[in-house]
Design a protein around this ligand. Structure first.
Ligand SMILES: *[C@@H]1O[C@H](CO)[C@@H](O)[C@H](O)[C@H]1NC(C)=O
Ligand SMILES: *[C@@H]1O[C@H](CO)[C@@H](O)[C@H](O)[C@H]1NC(C)=O
Ligand SMILES: *[C@@H]1O[C@H](CO)[C@@H](O)[C@H](O)[C@H]1NC(C)=O
Ligand SMILES: *[C@@H]1O[C@H](CO)[C@@H](O)[C@H](O)[C@H]1NC(C)=O
Ligand SMILES: *[C@@H]1O[C@H](CO)[C@@H](O)[C@H](O)[C@H]1NC(C)=O
Ligand SMILES: *[C@@H]1O[C@H](CO)[C@@H](O)[C@H](O)[C@H]1NC(C)=O
Length: 446
């Protein structure tokens, strides 16, 4: 991001001075999280969609959202660790088991990406979600993370989901009380919450001089959020965020830094239709494609599904000129026409399955290259872990196990464009075994 000229040095000094004043003013406790470059591979976790329900009781009736008992005893069949495929959220027992597993097996990771939806759903009209519930679940989440991990050693990089807002799916332009509350609640994580977070809910967190995570606010693109417009107007919150992303990508390219992007709602919803407003979607996809050579990872949650979305490139004519355009192909359990395109794959978007047992609860560990060269940040593999919830409820104990290893499953060397292109080609072959396995994992071996 830095250019060596007197001019840019001057700007940096001015900005640097300004930042110092800002930091003093805010009494920021922000400390650099940067860890030194190493010449081997590092690891990080991606966790998503915890949906903690403090009102979950056991035994109770899933048709009453696991909040109350039914007078018919046979209906009180909620599970001790959660109730798969019901309207219930996650009980404390499941979350405790998850964090115990994380602590025992993953205390050495470099950082954790958490893509939101910490709070329960507001489905139970007799027990609606109010503002205090939202602030409480944000608070307890940070208590868990800091109890089980030392944030000075393991950087925890969160965002919020559509159920983490003071009102479901609704988030107005900042500054607002959600952003100011989160700035306080997330303080123990020592994050880089600058002015951008205060106005837009997004921030950049450097892992070191070679790799940065952009934690985005997908609520400003999400078409269910009726408090913001599409990204047509220059001054809409979505457009401002897009401009910030582009600036960060340009800077990263200049500084030879790689980027991971994380946010809650993926660009395509579980049925393959855009989850974003039309213009926000188009512009965001264009950015992903145009900067796919420095975006080394893209992580989302929300759909509770374990899916791959392929970004393919194609040329379109605009008057006299040719311009690169991009398409997204979400691979689901259905055969889709567009997945038969032969366009090159420039990037793959990874959607991780959730803790909340819509399917079996799951967490993911990535391995990335820490070679001190252009490879830094390349995803080398991921390990998908899950807990068989039916078994857990039967035996009264959660057993976390490895579900699959991506590199081995797909028979690829590293998780990058060219390798993924072969996978997409494999998926297109008739009655192939790989797609069958993929389909099973989409629902976390349910
Ligand atoms: C990593 O390896 C390269 C090439 O072997 C070497 O030049 C570089 O100094 C090493 N960096 C570190 C941090 O060990
Ligand atoms: C949390 O999980 C651990 C490990 O399974 C267990 O020993 C402990 O009792 C649990 N705590 C609560 C409060 O359920
Ligand atoms: C946090 O949110 C509550 C509820 O919306 C609000 O009353 C309070 O002022 C907020 N606190 C901060 C520091 O923004
Ligand atoms: C914090 O974010 C700002 C703005 O994106 C960026 O200039 C700065 O380098 C970031 N610092 C760290 C340590 O992430
Ligand atoms: C999960 O456990 C149930 C009950 O023990 C068993 O029938 C099922 O095969 C298990 N599923 C997987 C994927 O291990
Ligand atoms: C977690 O770590 C324990 C102890 O090191 C080990 O026995 C167990 O196999 C690990 N679990 C998984 C799912 O890898």
């Amino acid at each position: 991001m830095l250019i060596n000229s007197i001019f840019s040095t001057l700007i940096i000094i001015i900005l640097g001075g300004g930042q110092m004043i800002f930091m003093n003013f805010c009494k920021s406790t922000y400390k650099s999280p940067l860890f030194p470059l190493q010449n081997y591979s590092g690891r990080f976790l991606h966790i998503t969609d915890i949906h903690f329900d403090p009102d979950y009781i056991y035994p109770s009736s899933p048709s009453k959202f696991c909040h109350r008992k039914s007078h018919k005893n046979k209906n009180n069949n909620a599970g001790k660790f959660g109730s798969i495929q019901t309207g219930c959220d996650s009980p404390y027992t499941l979350i405790n088991s998850t964090f115990e597993f994380l602590k025992k097996n993953f205390s050495q990771v470099d950082f954790i990406i958490y893509t939101g939806d910490s709070c329960r759903h507001g489905r139970d009209l007799k027990n609606p979600v109010v503002e205090e519930d939202i602030l409480f679940c944000h608070q307890i989440l940070i208590e868990w993370f800091t109890k089980y991990f030392d944030p000075k050693k393991v950087k925890i990089i969160p965002t919020f989901g559509n159920n983490d807002l003071l009102e479901h799916n609704s988030l107005e332009e900042g500054p607002n009380t959600l952003f100011s509350n989160l700035t306080q609640i997330w303080a123990p994580l020592h994050l880089n919450l600058t002015h951008n977070f205060n106005i837009g809910g997004y921030f950049r967190q450097d892992v070191n001089s070679r790799l940065s995570v952009l934690s985005l606010n997908s609520m400003y693109f999400y078409k269910e959020n009726l408090l913001v417009p599409d990204c047509e107007k220059e001054d809409s919150p979505g457009s401002k965020q897009l401009k910030w992303i582009e600036r960060e990508l340009i800077n990263a390219k200049e500084e030879n830094r790689k980027i991971y992007i994380s946010h809650h709602v993926p660009p395509l919803d579980s049925d393959g239709s855009p989850a974003f407003y039309e213009k926000c979607y188009e512009k965001y996809i264009q950015l992903l494609g145009d900067y796919s050579n420095i975006i080394y990872g893209h992580f989302t949650g929300h759909t509770n599904l374990d899916t791959l979305t392929f970004v393919t490139s194609t040329f379109r004519t605009f008057g006299e000129s040719l311009k690169k355009k991009y398409n997204l192909i979400l691979v689901t359990d259905e055969e889709k026409e567009e997945s038969h395109s032969n366009d090159p794959v420039v990037l793959v978007l990874n959607n991780a399955p959730s803790i909340i047992p819509v399917n079996n609860p799951a967490i993911r560990e990535y391995v990335y290259s820490t070679k001190d060269n252009n490879d830094f940040g390349v995803l080398l593999n991921y390990f998908q872990y899950f807990a068989n919830l039916t078994e857990a409820n039967n035996i009264g104990k959660v057993r976390w196990e490895l579900e699959y290893m991506a590199k081995e499953l797909y028979g690829i060397n590293r998780l990058q464009g060219d390798d993924w292109e072969n996978v997409l080609r494999e998926f297109r072959k008739p009655n192939l075994e790989l797609w069958e396995r993929y389909k099973k994992y989409v629902y976390v071996s349910r």
